[in-house]
Ligand binder design. Structure first.
Ligand code: XMP
Ligand code: MG
Length: 189
């Protein structure tokens, strides 16, 4: 059974998205922003974020996969779907769901930087700095969380739970899934 414990309720996430969008609107005022979402996990966060932006916005996506098991990054990153847009000379904001070891973003950052954008920044909803293996500090970060495996709001476990509006800590204990979920109150205040 998968047990889910609420970590961040929907309202708390939405308030944070508002706050991040406010900062981005200020920082990119008068500029056009190319927002690049990292599939698949960032799709929910990105959809909420861009609807709060009042600067000129273009959307693109990149899909990556890291070889290795489901819950740990191996550090070998493969681009499954590259950008459709050319980013040279443009202001690019990379949007990620969560930074864990930092290996995925480090690789992507270097790869995109080589295409000579006018600027390149990173926005993540969640950060697990305890697990970092490379030096990487996001320009915009929603929440710093402990080393939990989390699902919901775009994040998955075996491709499930991405549709949940809140973020939950998942106990991957004993294999089979459950229909219901156990909610035990917020762990982050
Ligand atoms: P790295 O280690 O390269 O990994 O920073 C980033 C990617 O790993 C996935 N990841 C998670 N996915 N719950 C998830 O659903 C988690 O707690 C988690 N931690 C890391 C995620 O795909 C992210 O893009
Ligand atoms: Mg992911």
């Amino acid at each position: 059974m998968h047990k889910l414990e609420i970590l961040l309720a929907e309202e708390k996430i939405q308030a944070k998205v508002d706050e991040l969008a406010g900062r981005i609107n200020q920082d990119y005022a008068e500029k056009e922003l190319l927002v690049v979402g990292i599939l698949r996990g960032a799709f929910v966060f990105m959809a909420d974020l861009v609807r709060k932006l009042d600067v000129s916005v273009i959307i693109d996506f990149v899909a990556v996969s890291s070889y290795g098991d489901e819950t740990a990054s191996s550090g070998v990153v493969r681009i499954l779907k590259d950008l459709d847009e050319t980013i040279t000379g443009r202001h690019v904001l990379l949007v990620e769901d969560i930074i864990d070891t930092g290996l995925t973003l480090k690789y992507l950052y270097k790869n995109l930087k080589a295409r000579r954008p006018a600027s390149l920044k990173v926005c993540t909803l969640l950060d697990k700095p305890d697990r970092r293996k490379v030096d990487l500090v996001p320009d915009y970060n929603g929440f710093i969380i402990p080393d939990y495996f989390v699902v919901g709001y775009g994040l998955d476990c075996g491709q499930r739970f991405r549709n949940l509006p809140g973020i939950y800590v998942i106990d991957q204990g004993s294999g089979k899934e459950t229909e219901g979920e156990e909610v035990k109150g917020e762990m982050i205040h």
